[in-house]
Write a protein that binds this ligand. Structure first.
Ligand SMILES: *[C@@H]1O[C@H](CO)[C@@H](O)[C@H](O)[C@H]1NC(C)=O
Ligand SMILES: *[C@@H]1O[C@H](CO)[C@@H](O)[C@H](O)[C@H]1NC(C)=O
Ligand SMILES: *[C@@H]1O[C@H](CO)[C@@H](O)[C@H](O)[C@H]1NC(C)=O
Ligand SMILES: *[C@@H]1O[C@H](CO)[C@@H](O)[C@H](O)[C@H]1NC(C)=O
Ligand SMILES: *[C@@H]1O[C@H](CO)[C@@H](O)[C@H](O)[C@H]1NC(C)=O
Ligand SMILES: *[C@@H]1O[C@H](CO)[C@@H](O)[C@H](O)[C@H]1NC(C)=O
Length: 672
């Protein structure tokens, strides 16, 4: 009898489970204590924080379309990863269906991650390149016990990212242990197929850890495709040393300068077994990408005058007048060769509307090359800075636009992102990310409403600029010479990260065909002597300007100070004097009130002197500069005497002025 009774329950149980699957597809079904599967997230009891929310249709939105945000989601109960305390971490696997939607066609920041961590409190983690997982003090420290798989859509050199579209295995560190461009190996042909993470299409990722073989596998594929047999990433690593006994399973996403949205459609996880599959029909849909480039459509008036009343004629004339005026106002210059740069082209109308007609109240500043306005793109709500550069000659413009577009592909956290350009008659407009904290010189030379930067911030700024410049010089596919490094070209973002701006612009004025008339562009005080003599910019002339910049940031003084008796005091000479006669540290900015790390300060001062050495051969490359700053290479022993030859050459200023009077150098702006 009891046997019969037990069997009677089976159909009922089956019925109840079918009912659950059909009626509550989006309910988190925690199957036993070892796994979970979410097909959509409506009614789930996920822990979410930051920008993350569950939308009514069941999509989990980790970032909500605002810049510099982070968002997290955690399965509410943590998992026990070790069978018994001090034993090895057991196998687990996870699967995720996700989609990333960017307001721009070709760019996004920053990315998302699946991770296991000891806590569900990530309030100390930073957004942007830190993906909401770490901050600069705990990144890379094994004691953070975080294992993550990053889905990264921006290239950060700081973490040696391979490109701006990759998947990586992160062991306590955003510098991935291994990574690969996003894509998959076709099961039939075995060939690699690229996937664009920011395509706005849904994709699925599978993450497996085999606790016995200590082996990690990651596979990626377009949504609804089966898991490819050949994995995208795999590596051997014993996570027992990394993961804590009890860990939360979570997701994280972060935005930087572009307000992308990171969506999760479904998520499953299992200990000691494959991650449960999804009922794909039950997953919510991804919203369509919001990239719209509506052509301004012209509604032609029917040119028939059946009853040509004076009023009608008057109205037609008025309409034509407004139409012509509008055409003139938004007139642009477009040529056939620009077609290939189409995606990087902004329409003048959009820029005009973004800056409310280049109103004076939107003026951010007037730089060496033109005026800069702040704007807000109405479609994508992106804050931008628009620089209007007047440019009469057609010569070289094509090369320049090609360079602008290729520079637009440069992506580094210490470089102001160039988003695109627009061209009108006699004018070029360059569109950049907007940097809310303005330029560094405002902080150094005490406008009273700015706070004074402390040493830690200054040293980070020096390292940041070095890293950006190293990227331009060496790391990118072609060498880009900045040509105008100075404090007023270093901008600060929300987190006081330094970002180099205005690079390559000098090039626009440097297309003289004949060397004799090559125009020199730069700023007095930052020009290397050989640049003044031969007029040819090179990476080492950038290093010279970088050296002056380092001294400027460290000493809080301008490269050349004009004294009462019209004498000029060169910062380099003054630092050498301090070193020679008294102590090097006397050159430090008094505003720091002696609060600085003496070793770092000495390093910065000596590095500044070495970089701004008169002889190019004595200057280090940016690669060495990075090594010195990171203490990967000991800084060479230097004495003040090594620097003395620095002053035997004529003052560049004197030299420069004599040449200016000859009329062969122009475009110089006074050092500021
Ligand atoms: C996005 O999330 C942030 C952080 O929680 C919040 O301050 C902001 O208001 C949200 N924005 C929108 C448009 O919902
Ligand atoms: C991994 O590390 C754990 C703990 O340190 C150890 O017990 C286990 O044997 C290791 N596994 C392998 C395959 O080495
Ligand atoms: C998270 O940690 C921070 C400090 O690290 C603390 O101030 C905050 O209260 C914690 N939040 C929660 C929800 O526990
Ligand atoms: C970085 O995060 C760790 C761990 O959450 C925290 O203890 C530390 O205070 C944070 N550091 C900074 C500078 O915010
Ligand atoms: C790693 O973090 C631990 C605790 O948070 C700290 O004591 C240790 O100094 C850190 N190590 C490094 C190299 O920063
Ligand atoms: C895939 O992407 C890589 C790097 O972006 C590129 O070099 C390669 O040509 C692409 N392959 C295809 C088939 O598109």
């Amino acid at each position: 009898m009891p046997v019969v009774n037990r069997w009677c329950f089976l159909p009922i149980l089956l019925f109840i489970s079918i009912l659950l699957v059909i009626i509550l597809p989006s309910l988190a079904t925690t199957l036993g204590d070892g796994q979970f599967v979410y097909c959509g997230f409506a009614n789930s009891n996920l822990i979410v924080d930051g920008a993350a929310t569950v939308l009514p249709e069941g999509l989990l939105e980790l970032t909500n379309g605002t810049v510099n945000q982070k968002g997290h989601a955690f399965h509410p109960t943590p998992f026990r990863l070790h069978k018994s305390p001090n034993s090895a971490v057991q196998s687990f696997s996870a699967s995720l269906v996700f989609g990333i939607v960017s307001p721009l066609l070709h760019a996004s920041t920053e990315g998302m991650a699946f991770f296991l961590a000891p806590s569900s409190n990530f309030s100390d983690a930073l957004p942007a390149q830190y993906l909401g997982l770490f901050n600069y003090s705990n990144n890379g420290n094994l004691s953070n016990h975080v294992f993550a798989v990053e889905i990264d859509t921006a290239q950060n050199n700081e973490f040696m990212d391979i490109d701006g579209n990759h998947v990586g295995i992160d062991i306590c560190d955003l510098h991935s242990a291994t990574s690969s461009s996003a894509g998959y190996y076709d099961d039939i042909t075995g060939s690699f197929r690229n996937l664009s993470l920011i395509s706005g299409e849904a994709m699925q990722i599978w993450i497996n850890y085999d606790g016995e073989a200590t082996w990690i596998d990651v596979a990626l594929a377009p949504f609804k495709m089966a898991r490819p047999t050949k994995t995208l990433l795999s590596m051997s690593y014993n996570l027992s040393a990394v993961l804590t006994d009890v860990a939360y399973v979570g997701l994280s996403a972060a935005t930087g300068q572009i307000e992308s949205r990171h969506y999760i459609l479904g998520w499953s996880f299992s200990m000691n077994g494959p991650a449960p599959p999804f009922f794909t029909a039950h997953l919510p849909n991804l919203p369509k990408a919001r990239v719209d480039r509506k052509a301004t459509q012209l509604i032609l008036l029917p040119l028939i005058f059946p009853l040509a009343t004076p009023t009608f004629v008057f109205l037609v004339i008025l309409a034509i007048f407004f139409f012509v005026r509008r055409r003139l106002r938004y007139a642009e210059l477009r040529e056939d060769w620009e077609i290939e740069f189409g995606p990087h082209r902004f329409s003048f109308k959009d820029l005009y509307l973004a800056t409310e007609g280049f109103k004076n109240s939107h003026l951010l500043g007037t730089g060496g090359f033109g005026r800069v306005y702040k704007g807000l793109l109405s479609k994508s709500k992106l804050q931008i800075a628009v620089k209007r550069v007047s440019h009469e000659s057609r010569q070289g413009i094509r090369e320049f636009v090609a360079e602008v577009v290729s520079i637009g592909r440069l992506r580094h956290r210490n470089i102001v992102q160039l988003l695109g350009y627009c061209r009108r008659k006699g004018e070029l407009l360059l569109v950049y990310d907007y940097m809310p904290n303005g330029s560094l010189d405002n902080y150094l030379y005490g406008h009273s409403n700015r706070s004074i930067l402390d040493w830690i911030q200054r040293f980070r700024i020096i390292k940041g600029v070095a890293s950006g410049l190293w990227y331009l010089h060496g790391e990118w596919e072609q060498v880009v010479i900045h040509r105008d490094i100075k404090a007023s070209n270093v901008l600060l973002d929300e987190e006081i990260n330094a970002r180099l701006g205005d690079f390559g612009l000098a090039r626009l004025y440097d297309h003289g065909t004949d060397m004799q008339t090559t125009r020199l562009v730069g700023t007095i005080g930052y020009l290397a002597p050989e640049l003044l003599q031969k007029g040819k910019a090179s990476p080492l002339t950038d290093v010279f300007a970088f050296g002056i910049f380092v001294l400027e940031v460290t000493c809080g003084r301008r490269p050349i100070e004009h004294k009462m008796n019209s004498d000029q005091l060169k910062l380099v000479d003054w630092v050498i004097d301090c070193w020679n006669e008294r102590s090097l540290l006397e050159a430090m900015d008094p505003k720091l009130q002696n609060e600085y790390d003496a070793d770092e300060a000495c390093l910065a001062l000596k590095l500044g002197l070495l970089c701004s050495h008169q002889s190019p051969a004595a200057r280090p490359s940016m690669w060495h500069v990075m090594q010195y700053l990171n203490h990967d290479l000991p800084f060479p022993e230097l004495a003040p005497m090594d620097m003395v030859q620095n002053r035997q050459v004529d003052s560049p200023v004197a030299y420069c002025q004599s040449v200016v009077s000859d009329g062969t150098i122009s475009g110089l702006s006074e050092g500021r």
